[in-house]
Design a protein around this ligand. Structure first.
Ligand code: GAR
Length: 221
């Protein structure tokens, strides 16, 4: 059973998807949830599930290194082996990542390498693409540049508001992240020569599709 530490900054619906997955026959358990924001609803979700929920503010340490050292220390104290960023809105520096070599995953709301950084969904909408989605990737020292593990795709409608697209992508994220965490926990995920190598198990795929993407356009709405 792998111990996972989740880093987040916000509402934590991805955390909830991971918590729900861990209730079943799942090879990982969430050992601690850390938020840099005290008011993050994700901390409430963790507490409700009986998981230690810890606020580590990113300000007040004097340096990013000191903040990250506290993160690492807290993860270590809880026996964490893999780290899952789930809406964690801070960049992690090489010094932190060196302590967790290819052991940090992130979920990003875009089909990387398109639309890294802030507001991947808004960037997709503004660009006029007709396909959007989410990526789970290993974290490296760039912004959303690490080796991609798997992606999930959905459609973009010209009628979409940003909220519509955020919600549709989140639905896919909630399927994608538990699948990827299982791969990690079962030792089927690693980085080789800068690429993510995955041994797929039955029922898994490197690209999950929203069934609506496959709708027959001749059939109308
Ligand atoms: C998710 O859409 C996640 O992909 C995104 O933040 C949201 C968190 O939602 N992450 C990033 O943008 C990271 N750059 P949640 O708190 O409900 O899981």
């Amino acid at each position: 059973m792998i111990q996972v530490g989740v880093l987040l900054s916000g509402s934590g619906t991805n955390l909830q998807a991971l918590i729900d997955a861990c209730q079943g026959d799942f090879p990982a358990r969430i050992a601690v949830v850390i938020s840099n924001k005290e008011e993050a609803y994700g901390l409430e979700r963790a507490r409700a599930a009986g998981i230690p929920a810890i606020h580590v503010p990113h300000r007040g340490w004097g340096s990013r290194a000191a903040f990250e050292a506290k993160l690492s220390e807290t993860l270590g104290e809880h026996g964490v082996q893999w780290v899952a960023c789930a809406g964690f809105m801070r960049i992690l520096s090489p010094a932190f990542l060196d302590q967790w070599p290819w052991r940090v995953l992130n979920i990003h709301p875009a089909l990387l390498p398109s639309f890294p950084g802030m507001d991947g969904q808004g960037q997709a909408l503004a660009s006029g693409v007709r396909i959007a989605g989410a990526s789970v990737h290993f974290v490296d020292s760039g912004t959303d540049t690490g080796p991609i593990v798997a992606q999930a795709a959905t459609f973009v409608s010209p009628m979409d508001t940003r909220d519509d697209l955020v919600a549709r992508i989140l639905t896919m994220e909630h399927k994608l992240y538990p699948m990827c965490l299982r791969m990690a926990a079962e030792g089927r995920l690693q980085v080789k020569d800068g690429a993510a190598m995955v041994q797929l198990a039955h029922g898994e795929a490197l690209l999950l599709l929203d069934p609506a993407l496959l709708a027959d356009p001749t059939q109308g709405a």
